[in-house]
Design a protein around this ligand. Structure first.
Ligand code: HPA
Length: 236
């Protein structure tokens, strides 16, 4: 595979680490690099989808934005895996709570990711695929959270193609099936990783609730995001 790719302008192998944290917002990638990493180099600016590599507690790790939605994370995760040899892809994002027992500021881990997207059609499977997280990364993340005293809720999430859905209450049906929250990327990440035989995980902070209509303040978002980042950074 030849590099650079159409979307990641990094012409040298080995610059991007085997473990990459993937926030949706590229400015969050910059925040993580600025706040937590040492010896930082920037490896991508195409479309302002900033990507950085540095070290965290001496271990090499990268962080890059994915943009919003399944097609966007589908492109970036595919290129990271197939062109740059990335082995561990860890999404750190936000989600909306779709159950009463899931509260704003909760930290969730997507053990499975349901979806209303047609992304799996490309595999021409004779049935319905269940996108799941890597057990190794999931187990490690749960243990890191325990050590840090951060409560995490592990279960199913929904990767939706719509933020503004014509069926205003469709999320309730997913909630009734035990699905904790709705975001827009994890299912594609899990499928790309599974098809390539690499590891993926999705950590989420609940930023709003479709049940109660509460939303976190920018300060709260920053603080809870920091807890989630601290878990993710230990997975390198
Ligand atoms: N829907 C989809 N994605 C989200 C939401 C939501 O309500 N909140 C944060 N990410």
């Amino acid at each position: 595979m030849t590099i650079p790719t159409p979307h990641i302008k990094c012409s040298e192998q080995g610059v991007i680490a085997e473990t990459v944290l993937l926030p949706g917002d590229p400015l969050r990638a910059k925040f993580i690099a600025d706040t937590f990493l040492e010896d930082v180099v920037q490896f991508n600016t195409v479309r302002n989808m900033f990507g950085y590599t540095g070290t965290y507690k001496g271990k090499k790790i990268s962080v890059m934005g994915t943009g919003m939605g399944i097609p966007s994370i589908g492109i970036y995760s595919y290129e990271l895996i197939h062109f740059y040899g990335v082995k561990n892809l860890i999404r750190i994002g936000s989600c909306g709570a779709i159950r009463e027992d899931i509260k704003i500021r909760d930290v969730l881990i997507g053990m499975g990711a349901c979806t209303n997207s047609n992304y799996a059609a490309q595999y021409e499977l004779p049935g319905t695929y269940a996108p799941i997280a890597s057990w190794e990364l999931l187990n490690k993340a749960v243990n890191v959270a325990k050590e840090k005293g951060i409560e995490v809720k592990v279960g199913n999430i929904l990767s939706s193609d719509t933020f503004y859905d014509a069926q205003k209450d469709s999320w309730k049906k997913w909630g009734a099936m035990g699905v904790m929250g709705v975001e827009m990327e994890a299912a594609a990440l899990y499928m790309n990783a599974a098809y390539a035989g690499v590891n993926a995980l999705c950590l989420l902070t609940v930023s709003d609730s479709l049940v109660t209509h509460e939303a976190t303040t920018p300060e709260e978002r920053q603080n809870t995001f920091t807890q989630m980042m601290e878990i993710a950074l230990e997975l390198a």
